[in-house]
Design a protein around this ligand. Structure first.
Ligand SMILES: NC(=O)C1=CN([C@@H]2O[C@H](COP(=O)(O)OP(=O)(O)OC[C@H]3O[C@@H](n4cnc5c(N)ncnc54)[C@H](O)[C@@H]3O)[C@@H](O)[C@H]2O)C=CC1
Ligand SMILES: N/C(=C\C=C\C(=O)O)C(=O)O
Length: 487
């Protein structure tokens, strides 16, 4: 880091060294709206340097045994854990989320990502078939793909970056990662730990900058055969287009318009606080957040009353406030976009029961320019409204009634996305039936966001291509070869 006008200035990390850049982008503290950091505005030149480093490091790293690589990942996890508080403070400042969330979820999960893949890489087996009449044995071997291009978003910065870096390097690839230009700080902090963890130069390269400039240079590079991306659907389309001439391997984890389906036998004591959390956690900026709540008509009024009451208790505050459940949204542009959906709903005749435009938010003077808004509940809205169809990615949720099981399944499935759903009912048969019929890569019943890293994670329809998780990540980050031996 070079000190300039008291602004923190990040540098790219290429071939084991911090490297300054010719130009920089301002990065804002979402809780004040002030510039506090400068992020390299990298481009093709930096990608070329990173590719050269990753190419040179690949033979040595890929030749190591999974056991040797695993030890390095465990060491990195320990080092991240030792820096937990510092990383949590930094993540909160950079992203706007509460320190409590970063401390309790984001950073521990980044640590867990390295530990999980350090362990799981030791336990993969390959297939073998004996073909007696042909006098053959067939078996498969897997090898790392090469240089992995990893592009991550701003909502869960270190959590989602490490969800890609850990399995990629565990499998023997070298990587070039590009975090979001809006939230680059914790990735840069992690770079400082790599050497001590024993990650050889060139195995992990992190290049900062914008999507159209450095992101596209990475995606289009012919020597990067694989791209793992988490972010928006329009960006995914661009990535598919740019990688098509090279037939790259793609893993695309995209957005959602996630339904919660609440039947009249649901345990509301558990359902209401969990659905408030699933709607508004991390300011509603998680692809898994609930944004369409379907409630069976007989309990609709009771649910709504209790849900609005619980939403009003979901405190918005400055990120360091230990009592705050929600901090600031990521950017001014994003705040305006989220607000525009509420305005649209209002113009369509929908009712805003609490939050934006209804309740008052009080903030300290120094945070008046921050990107805060109250969690907002919308009702009397049609399924065809853009608020019920498009990903808002903010603290806004719509609540509507339904009558029958068949009807709600059809309505829940009526959007282009298919990422995560929740189903609330005490009827075991119904829970299984509904879960099976939902077009959704993940279905949580009577809970939300309980993660099992070993199992497939990802969405259907416009929510993505491919799955990540223990075996799925291993298969994505390796190429399989079938070998036949005639004996
Ligand atoms: N996980 C998710 O589902 C996420 C969804 N979103 C959705 O996307 C909307 C827009 O947010 P953005 O930050 O603009 O998301 P985005 O999809 O543009 O950004 C995600 C990452 O992709 C990079 N990127 C952008 N354009 C690129 C390009 N042409 N080539 C290569 N990389 C590129 C960005 O720099 C960032 O690192 C949000 O309002 C939200 O609805 C955003 C972030 C995460
Ligand atoms: N991919 C996202 C969230 C993942 C959460 C998890 O793996 O537990 C996202 O919000 O983009």
């Amino acid at each position: 880091m070079a000190g300039t006008n008291a602004l923190m200035t990040l540098e790219n990390f290429i071939n084991g060294k911090f490297v300054p850049c010719n130009s920089y982008i301002d990065s804002y503290d979402p809780s004040t709206g002030e510039v506090y950091c400068r992020v390299p505005n990298s481009g093709k030149e930096e990608i070329e340097a990173a590719v050269e480093a990753a190419r040179a490091a690949f033979p040595g790293w890929s030749a190591r045994s999974p056991q040797e690589r695993s030890k390095v990942l465990y060491r990195l996890a320990d080092l991240l854990e030792q820096s937990l508080e510092e990383l949590a403070q930094a993540e909160s400042r950079d992203q706007g989320k509460t320190v409590a969330l970063a401390r309790g979820v984001d950073i521990p999960r980044a640590v867990q990502n390295f530990r999980f893949f350090a362990s799981s890489v030791l336990h993969h087996t390959s297939a073998c078939t004996q073909a007696d009449p042909a006098g053959c044995v067939h078996y498969t071997v897997r090898a790392p793909v090469g240089i992995a291009g990893l592009i991550s978003p701003w909502n869960l910065p270190l959590y989602l970056l490490t969800w890609k870096v850990a399995p990629a390097i565990a499998a023997g690839n070298t990587v070039i990662a590009k975090p979001s230009e809006l939230t680059s700080v914790t990735a840069w902090m992690m770079c400082k730990l790599l050497e001590k963890a024993g990650v050889p130069p060139g195995v992990v390269n992190i290049v900062f900058g914008t999507g159209p400039r450095v992101g596209e240079a990475l995606v289009a590079h012919p020597e990067v055969p694989l791209i793992s991306f988490t972010g928006s659907q329009p960006t995914a389309e661009r990535i598919i287009h740019l990688s098509a001439p090279h037939c790259k391997k793609l893993s695309l984890e995209l957005g959602g318009k996630n339904p919660a389906i609440i039947f009249d036998d649901a345990n509301l004591e558990e359902c209401i606080p969990t659905t408030v959390k699933s709607s508004f956690a991390n300011q509603g900026e998680i692809c898994l957040c609930t944004s369409r709540i379907f409630v069976q008509r007989s309990i609709y009024r009771e649910f709504l009353e209790k849900f609005v009451e619980a939403t009003r208790r979901w405190k918005v505050g400055i990120p360091s406030d230990p009592l705050a459940s929600m901090g600031a949204l990521i950017s001014k542009a994003h705040l305006e976009k989220v607000r525009s959906y509420i305005k649209k709903a209002r113009s369509e005749g929908a009712r805003i029961l609490c939050g934006e435009g209804v309740d008052t938010l009080s903030l300290p003077a120094k945070n008046q320019g921050g990107y805060f808004m109250l969690p907002t509940v919308i009702t009397h809205i049609k399924d065809e409204s853009c608020c019920m169809k498009e990903e808002i990615f903010g603290p806004v949720t719509c609540v509507v009634p339904f009558d029958s099981e068949e009807e709600v399944i059809q309505r829940a499935n009526s959007v282009k996305y298919g990422l995560a759903a929740t189903v609330w009912s005490c009827n075991v048969g119904r829970v299984h039936r509904v879960a099976k019929k939902l077009q959704s890569g993940l279905v949580w019943t009577n809970c939300w966001l309980i993660r099992e890293l070993n199992l497939p994670f990802g969405g259907m329809k416009s929510s993505g291509v491919g799955r990540e998780g223990g075996k799925d990540s291993y298969e994505f980050f390796t190429e399989v070869k079938t070998i036949t031996i005639k004996h």
